[in-house]
Ligand binder design. Structure first.
Ligand code: ZN
Length: 77
């Protein structure tokens, strides 16, 4: 039998935006975006934050917009 995903497994993390029922990610909310940015100012690997691919794409776009608007830094000092 092939390995199947067990939905009862509590150790499986769910996407933060799916659990909060957020469809759009606001780039004008740096406190939220900072949770998905590493100490060096990089976007954290989705496998690490358990963000689904749909939200990861929107999150990356929002972080890039926030950087351009000066809400997030490109690199940490
Ligand atoms: Zn999601």
């Amino acid at each position: 039998m092939a390995f199947t995903k067990n939905s009862k497994n509590s150790s499986v993390k769910q996407c933060f935006f799916c659990s909060q029922n957020l469809k759009e990610i606001d780039y004008k909310d740096p406190l939220l975006l900072k949770r998905f940015v590493s100490g060096q100012g990089k976007i954290v690997d989705p496998q690490h934050t358990a963000t689904c691919s749909k939200h990861q794409r929107r999150l990356a776009q929002s972080i890039k917009r926030a950087r351009y608007m000066g809400l997030l830094s490109f690199v940490k000092k």
